[in-house]
Design a protein around this ligand. Structure first.
Ligand code: GDP
Length: 391
């Protein structure tokens, strides 16, 4: 029985700014809190690494840490930087109720800091708390003040409330080493998350939808798909449909688990594993969605509004023209598409806002408002929102 509201949070920020170290520090600091002690913080279920995505020959590992504060239950996702970080972020961001933006006090905002902030905003992360990390290395407070100011301005520029965003000066490394002063700062950061990130309206009344992150086969039981429930609820025995990318599969959810524990019901915000009756491994794959039958349809053509990233945001250096063919990332899917520009527009420059018509090579489950990223290899070209579905 769930007694506290559940939230999903995650770390984002430039490579080497300390995301993974901070996640490890949070886990360690919470694990050392006295049960029932003054803070009532509990960390359980250390780190649970998702299995490799063998099917596509790439490794997508996302570490989940689960913990409770006095008022809430959190699933915290760290998307390691060594893999294709942005791809993992697109997978995870739609599910995040809030994010901890990790900025190294030594380096300040870097291209990936801006790239992640742009994407977070488009893909639906509404609340950010800043961990001004590596504060142990700063020789004076003036430098920290400067970086803080820069980060606040950056957040404001991309549509967050930069004035009000909490900025907590931390040292993930020193907290991990057990230093009491820096340990307290990590607790301060968590308290800031508790205070600043509101309990999201759980989209429980909407039809069930869960993007598939991984497909596993459990010997003797069948095919299991895992992901974070985007909306609605699912109970054991409910009929579901798996759609997008290929032929639709209709079946029944015969089992449900979250963090390795069986449950009767999964709801928006939960990380879930769903056992699908009579489905073979090859019939379903990452990038599809599991949904209430008939509640959403796959589409190949749509109109979109995009923000084209500049080079300083980690984007292209040169414009793109009509018939440009980048990859489109929606939730957990990655599909090639062809871009058509509006009449009279011959090219789109980095840094510009544009409206585009897109034709995808494979259908994707979508409706207006869905966020996506346009990428070329590992370069994020644009972040966009579906405005209108065509066919
Ligand atoms: P990530 O790529 O953002 O996940 O960064 P990591 O957590 O892997 O950290 C990158 C490097 O910065 C590692 O060598 C860490 O030991 C170091 N580092 C991380 N946090 C801190 C910190 O608070 N202070 C100092 N001095 N070094 C840190």
């Amino acid at each position: 029985v769930r007694t506290k509201p559940h939230l999903n949070i995650g770390t984002m920020g430039h490579v080497d700014h300390g995301k993974t170290t901070l996640t490890a520090a949070i886990t360690k600091v919470l694990a050392e809190q006295e049960p029932g002690g003054a803070n009532h913080y509990v960390a359980f279920d250390r780190i649970d690494r998702a299995p490799e995505e063998v099917e596509r020959g790439i490794t997508i590992t996302i570490a989940h840490v689960e913990y409770e504060t006095p008022t809430r239950h959190y699933a915290h996702v760290d998307m390691p930087g060594h893999a294709d970080y942005v791809k993992n972020m697109i997978t995870g961001a739609a599910q995040l109720d809030g994010a901890v933006l990790v900025v190294s006090a030594q380096d300040g905002a870097m291209p990936q800091t801006r790239e992640h902030v742009v994407l977070a905003r488009r893909i639906g992360v509404e609340h950010v708390v800043v961990a001004l990390n590596k504060a142990d290395l700063a020789e004076d407070e003036d430098l920290l003040d400067l970086v803080e100011l820069e980060v606040r301005e950056l957040l404001t520029r991309y549509g967050f409330d930069g004035e009000r965003v909490p900025v907590v000066r931390v040292s993930g490394l020193r907290a991990l080493e057990g230093d009491p002063v820096w340990t307290q700062r990590v607790l301060d950061l968590l308290a800031a998350v508790d205070e600043h990130v509101p309990i999201p309206p759980r989209r429980l009344d909407l039809p069930f939808l869960m993007p598939i992150e991984n497909v596993l086969t459990i010997t003797g039981r069948g095919t299991v798909v895992t992901g974070a429930v985007e909306r609605g609820t699912l109970e054991v025995g409910d009929a579901v449909e798996v759609i997008g990318l290929g032929p639709a599969v209709s079946t029944v959810a015969t089992g449900l688990e979250t963090f390795g524990k069986p449950m009767a019901r999964a709801e928006a915000g939960d990380n879930a594993a769903v056992l699908l009756r009579g489905v073979k491994r090859g019939e379903v794959r990452r990038g599809q969605v599991v949904c209430l039958p008939g509640s959403v349809r796959p589409h190949t053509r749509f109109r979109a509004d995009v923000h084209v990233l500049s080079a300083a945001e980690g984007g292209r250096r040169t414009p793109f023209a009509a018939n440009y063919r980048p990859q489109f990332h929606f939730r957990t899917s990655d599909v090639v598409g062809v871009v058509t520009l509006d009449e009279g527009v011959t090219q789109v420059r980095p840094g510009a806002a544009a409206s585009l018509t897109v034709e995808l090579g494979q259908p994707v489950a979508m409706s207006p408002g869905l966020g996506f990223a346009m990428r070329e290899g590992r370069l994020t070209v644009a972040a966009g929102t579906v405005r209108e579905v065509l066919d």
